[in-house]
Design a protein around this ligand. Structure first.
Ligand code: PA5
Length: 434
């Protein structure tokens, strides 16, 4: 089970428990978006079997690459889990595995052209994910990938190679899927994008990449029970209390730190979850992330010595999945023989400890979240833990964690600049500014 090492005053802990009670009572802000609380325990077996069925069908067809299209909460959870669970060199070391690649999370012409190069000679299928069904980035990417698949396989076969994950009844993607006869999975109305990793939004791509989503749901279900307890030992309560207390003391930036490249996207997923949930009404901790020890040779300088507005949350992994000893070298020209017989992970752990001590000395408070190992069960726990703590933390801050009004501003300007019908007034106004 996840362990949180953090200190918080009694008053912050009391406020966190109150916020937890508000969340669990479903009477707080945005309470029509609390479906994620019940997902781990209430995801029906039928959804898992349907995901397995898609994987089985595509395996029979010999599909080698699945293009998963989505942005924000519609891609980051799956990307994070797949990066964390995959062999770092999977493409070469496990060539037999079906590759899951992502699209529609940017508008880069190079990226999508190169993706077309990559899939040109491979058997391909696509999962398009958009709750609203109207988000520009995935919609543009889907148009391109759909055309590619239809040109290669014909419309009928394309319909067998495209699956949509979207709203139950509204949105352009739902209408399109019904018209084209795509298999669809539903994102429940009461689950927002960044809380949707344990719906088919995350589960389907993670399963298609070859991982055990039952174990992931089990980890999440165990955390759902623990994190529902009105207790100061509840890890979500402790984390939310500690980070809010630091925020009130002027620590406006939280850096999530990992010591394993596989966990880089945990940072990306976490930033979206906390940034989009808390950054509003002129409030909110700014979530940042670094990858150590890599970034100790870049951002490490600022963290140690720059503005004292930071605190760190270290995501620590108790047990490595592999062993790698550093051996004796007869010449010892690098002077490293003092490490002979030591496991490389021991050096990593000492770097972690040494850095924490240095940063605390330098005025950067440290929280630590420890997971047992990197696997499906522990990631399920971690996903649910961060979601729960996010809800508690946002309620402590007094904001609605489940809306994102600020995301609309760029869209309005982009549509105006692209002359989208209906945006004539905005187009005129924005052109006057240029
Ligand atoms: O968390 C959120 O709600 C957002 O990040 C969305 O997931 C993102 O904007 C994508 O939206 P949609 O799934 O409607 O395309």
């Amino acid at each position: 089970m996840i362990k949180v090492y953090a200190a918080a005053q009694q008053s912050a802990l009391d406020r966190a428990v109150e916020a937890l009670e508000l969340l669990e009572s479903k009477n707080g802000l945005g309470n029509d978006f609390l479906g994620w609380l019940d997902l781990p325990e209430q995801t029906p077996e039928s959804i898992i079997s349907e995901c397995e069925q898609v994987a089985e069908n595509w395996k029979k067809k010999g599909v080698r690459v699945v293009v998963v299209i989505g942005i924000g909460g519609s891609y980051l959870g799956a990307k994070c889990a797949i990066e964390a669970l995959s062999h770092s060199f999977s493409a070469d070391v496990e060539p037999q595995k079906c590759r899951v690649v992502f699209a529609g999370y940017n508008l880069s012409q190079e990226y999508h052209s190169e993706l077309l190069d990559f899939i040109a000679d491979k058997s391909v299928a696509c999962v398009v994910i958009s709750k609203s069904g109207t988000t520009t980035e995935p919609a543009v990417a889907f148009r391109i990938i759909k055309e590619h698949i239809e040109n290669r396989y014909g419309k009928e076969e394309a319909a067998q190679r495209i699956v949509a994950v979207t709203d139950s009844s509204r949105g352009a993607l739902k209408t399109l899927s019904d018209g084209e006869g795509y298999k669809t999975f539903v994102i429940p109305d009461n689950v927002g994008g960044r809380f949707s990793v344990l719906t088919p939004v995350g589960l389907l791509p993670i399963l298609l990449a070859g991982f055990d989503i039952r174990k992931m749901l089990k980890g999440a279900a165990d955390m759902a029970r623990v994190s529902a307890e009105r207790s100061y030992e509840n890890p979500a309560v402790l984390y939310a209390a500690a980070r809010n207390e630091l925020y009130e003391q002027g620590k406006k930036i939280e850096i999530l730190v990992n010591y394993a490249p596989k966990l880089q996207y945990v940072g990306e997923w976490w930033k979206q979850l906390y940034g989009e949930s808390e950054g509003k009404d002129g409030k909110g901790i700014f979530p940042a992330s670094v990858n150590f020890t890599t970034d100790l040779h870049s951002m490490g300088q600022y963290i140690q010595d720059g503005e004292r507005i930071l605190f760190e949350t270290v995501l620590s992994v108790a047990n490595a999945s592999r062993e790698l000893k550093i051996n004796n070298d007869s010449s010892d020209l690098d002077g490293l023989n003092f490490l002979a017989g030591t496991d490389m992970e021991h050096c990593n752990k000492m770097a972690e400890l040494g850095t924490r001590i240095a940063h605390i000395d330098g005025g950067v408070p440290n929280l630590r979240i420890e997971i047992d190992r990197i696997d499906e069960y522990n990631l399920g726990e971690l996903f649910f833990f961060f979601e729960k703590a996010c809800g508690v933390s946002a309620y402590m801050l007094g904001v609605n964690p489940f809306d994102q009004p600020g995301v609309e501003a760029y869209k309005k300007n982009m549509f105006a600049l692209l002359d989208k019908p209906g945006y004539e007034e905005e187009s005129k106004k924005i052109r006057e500014l240029l």
